[in-house]
Design a protein around this ligand. Sequence first.
Ligand SMILES: CC(=O)SCCNC(=O)CCNC(=O)[C@H](O)C(C)(C)COP(=O)(O)OP(=O)(O)OC[C@H]1O[C@@H](n2cnc3c(N)ncnc32)[C@H](O)[C@@H]1OP(=O)(O)O
Ligand SMILES: O=CC(=O)O
Ligand SMILES: [Mg+2]
Length: 534
Amino acid sequence: MTNTTTQRQQLAILAPIDSTAEQVFTEDACALITELTREFRPRLQQLLAARQQAQARFDAGALPDFLPETKNIRNSDWQVAAIPADLQDRRVEITGPVDRKMVINALNANVKVFMADFEDAQSPTWQGVVEGQLNLRDANLGTISYTDPNSGKHYALNDDPALLIARVRGLHLWEKHLEVDGEQVPGALMDFALYFIHNIAQRQKMGTGVYFYLPKLQSHQEAKWWDDVFRYTEQQFGVEVGTIRATVLIETLPAVFEMDEILYSLRDHIVALNCGRWDYIFSYIKTLKKHADRVLPDRQVVTMDKPFLNAYSRLLVKTCHKRGALAMGGMAALIPAKDPEQNKAILAKVTADKELEAKNGHDGTWVAHPGLASTAGAVLDHYLGDKPNQLHVLREQDAPVTAADLLQACDGERTETGMRTNIRVALQYMAAWISGKGCVPIYGLMEDAATAEISRASIWQWIQHGKSLSNGQLVTKALFASMLDEEAEVVKTEVGADVWANQNFERAKSLLLAITTADELVDFLTLPAYDLLP
Ligand SMILES: CC(=O)SCCNC(=O)CCNC(=O)[C@H](O)C(C)(C)COP(=O)(O)OP(=O)(O)OC[C@H]1O[C@@H](n2cnc3c(N)ncnc32)[C@H](O)[C@@H]1OP(=O)(O)O
Ligand SMILES: O=CC(=O)O
Ligand SMILES: [Mg+2]
């Protein structure tokens, strides 16, 4: 293993090169990352600046709306490219981080697709993102295996593994261990380039393409940027346009107003949009952070049956199906319980959530755990019948979903219990993330970067707007600080003093205090937290 900066084709790798990194950072891989960064980083920087400018308009009182300048795209007739055969039926997708054992378990689950996540479920440690690439390469080759050093249990793929789709990092995240021309490489381009280059040959041998999920887009210009990245890569490798296929998460409030335009910008590469409900709720808070009339209640009551979220789901289905794209549902953040009675209640909640999506016309949905796959599958089977999807559900008779529908305030209480739960969840999640785990079970729920953002941003918003809890207490910085001290003690008792001391809880507490009491909302908690990762 070398410990110094390594220069490969102008790509500086600011990390030790062990045998895993040797296999991942081949000459060709380094060349592709370098080329893509040189070609596309300047435009990405402009797109990120455009996000700030849009936010400044929303902060000054403007509300997001459908764009007048792209009315023609919304009103004219066009379709996205035909959906490849292996992406037609996506009724249940499991998601999870790219650890070796999880990858195998996910591919063996009773699902159609595994979304392998470099994003919400993954803390982007250098080791994690590099090993993750090797794990996915071996998964596509069908050679992946793993033996648990503690239990001795051996893991290998079964005969009919799920289809693999990789979710790359969001556009706001940079990879601090890679530099091109002295500046950091976008994390998204690193993930994209490595997954493409290590899998294109095998995927083509299998008669299929290379498939991606794209997270947290905020505009159709960002979709066009991705389309250009795909085209450029396809051209460089002499493969057909459409070899790369994408599913775009509609999980920001600005993006819901540009769904037609996003589909259009990516029309040769896109196959679906997905309702990323957790980031969407976070984005609703962030986008409307200065709008006192749209402050959200407790996270627990912001469910998909709330009118503003149901409007989002229905509009996504209608927009996708009109254009021949699939409309994927999202994640009910539940995980199975060990107690049978509790588990029964959880499965009933999952069923109800998936019923709502399937009734709206979604073609598939997400589960966080293999133990929920059959429950979600039963609902989708019922609605899809003998069809692979619900593309025929056009919702043409619906009243138009308006900007007012998408932006309407959400009713519900802000409670002391809700605030204290938010604090304990955010604290534990941030400690896990800084310790290299991007997805963890907390109080019976799956928590990841998107769900934790809601917890911490809600409190920030309540402080900023001087909201009172249902017990009459005014939410202030001082109240939050004292509750944080109290809830930290609760968590310390729950996890034990050793875990508290050894797993970054003090650092997480300081960071949570800083970002929740800051005058400006920190864009993503993962930005300051990334400084704390090795
Ligand atoms: C908002 C969004 O972006 S949602 C998308 C991002 N979120 C996710 O991807 C959630 C992924 N889920 C997970 O990471 C896990 O389910 C957790 C962390 C929530 C819970 O994990 P655990 O506490 O390990 O669950 P549990 O102990 O019940 O696991 C039982 C088995 O199922 C496996 N398992 C659990 N979840 C998954 C999964 N998503 N994929 C593959 N295998 C899984 C475990 O590896 C374990 O396997 P083993 O018996 O061979 O050891
Ligand atoms: O990525 C999914 C979400 O809900 O956020
Ligand atoms: Mg998300």
